[in-house]
Design a protein around this ligand. Structure first.
Ligand code: NAP
Length: 309
């Protein structure tokens, strides 16, 4: 029997990716939505998670697609009502919130799937295999996009807790933490805050692995033209380049994987969610979020020109 699912926060990613992925997966049935201003044709609509949980007690699970500032209350209410929960990235507004949600899921014997969609990109597992066979000597992340193209009108990105350029940048960190065979920490960081906003428009991170290998990350929302979503990793014998957000992989200039951007990511997420619910397990890995939090903790701050959303 299909899991009866509620979808929370009907915005861009819900419409672009979640709704088509749910419709294509027979293990889920979308029975209701919770969104203050939006709904999905033919699906029961509520304006809050609490109203949805009260009105549809037969619900098995909810999938939360709101910005991170709204995750905690929604997820907590759903877990306490005995529902499985799938969370969009970034996982929450604070590190403590995600830790508490993990504990709450365990207490209620429910699944918490805290997702990183970029880890499901087609070339990531091949990159991981390459890294695990290599001796890494360095790396460089370039994650640059035009915020006006990808996030038009999204003021929540710029409010406190919205993460600014780390909202896409955390995707790179989710791939990095997935492929590395050693843990990485933020050694140094520099963050550029527009004078009229609460979140950075650009950031540079010097990450170091346990073995002392340095990986530079350069995140920028002021980029014009074609986006750069690239991770380069260097070993003692070769150089790997993951590009287009993890859709393509080159080793020493030879294309090993080359697939359309985002292909299979959300179907992969829902397949994993179904497996986790069936197995009664949770999956939570907040290391990418810790790296971002640490960049805020130790990063040098620079005030830059105002940014108009
Ligand atoms: P969005 O278009 O702004 O949609 C989010 C929806 O959440 C809003 O339309 C809003 O619907 C609801 N919401 C609830 N509380 C909110 C609050 N405090 N502030 C603003 N909206 C609130 O954003 P999105 O692009 O779909 O991104 C949502 C999440 O998905 C983010 O965490 C993002 O990192 C992640 N994501 C986005 C993309 C992408 O390409 N856009 C890709 C992957 C992941 P109501 O007003 O109807 O409540």
């Amino acid at each position: 029997m299909a899991l009866k699912l509620g979808l929370v926060g009907i915005g861009k990613i819900a419409r672009d990716q979640h709704i088509p992925a749910i419709a294509a997966d027979p293990r889920f049935e979308l029975v209701a939505t919770a969104s203050r201003n939006a709904s999905v044709d033919g699906v029961a609509a509520f304006t809050s998670v609490e109203a949805l949980l009260a009105a549809v007690p037969e619900l098995d699970a909810i999938s939360i697609c709101t910005p991170p500032q709204a995750h905690f209350q929604a997820a907590l209410a759903a877990l306490r009502a005995g529902k499985h929960v799938m969370l969009e990235k970034p996982p929450a507004a604070t590190t403590r919130e995600i830790a508490l949600l993990q504990e709450e899921a365990a207490r209620h014997g429910r699944t918490l799937f805290q997702t990183w969609h970029s880890r499901f990109a087609p070339a990531v597992s091949a990159a991981r295999d390459w890294v695990h066979k290599s001796t890494l000597t360095g790396g460089a992340i370039r994650w640059k996009e035009d915020v006006h193209k990808w996030h038009p009108g999204q003021q929540w990105l710029w409010d406190a807790g919205g993460l600014g350029v780390f909202d896409p940048g955390i995707n790179a960190l989710s791939i990095l933490t997935e492929v590395l065979s050693a843990e990485a920490c933020v050694h140094k960081a520099a963050l550029d805050f527009p004078e009229n906003q609460q979140a950075p428009v650009a950031a540079r991170l010097d990450l170091r692995t346990e073995a002392g290998v340095s990986i530079d990350a350069d995140f920028d929302f002021r980029h014009k033209g074609e986006e750069a979503w690239d991770i380069e990793l260097f070993s003692t014998t070769a150089r790997a380049r993951l590009s287009r957000g993890g859709s393509a992989l080159e080793i020493d200039g030879r294309l090993v994987v080359d697939r359309p951007a985002m292909e299979g990511e959300y179907p992969g997420l829902y397949a994993r969610f179904a497996e986790l619910c069936a197995a009664g397990r949770s999956e939570v890995d907040w290391r990418p979020f810790q790296l971002v939090a640490d960049a805020f903790l130790i990063g040098e701050r620079r005030t830059v020109a105002a940014h108009q959303v």
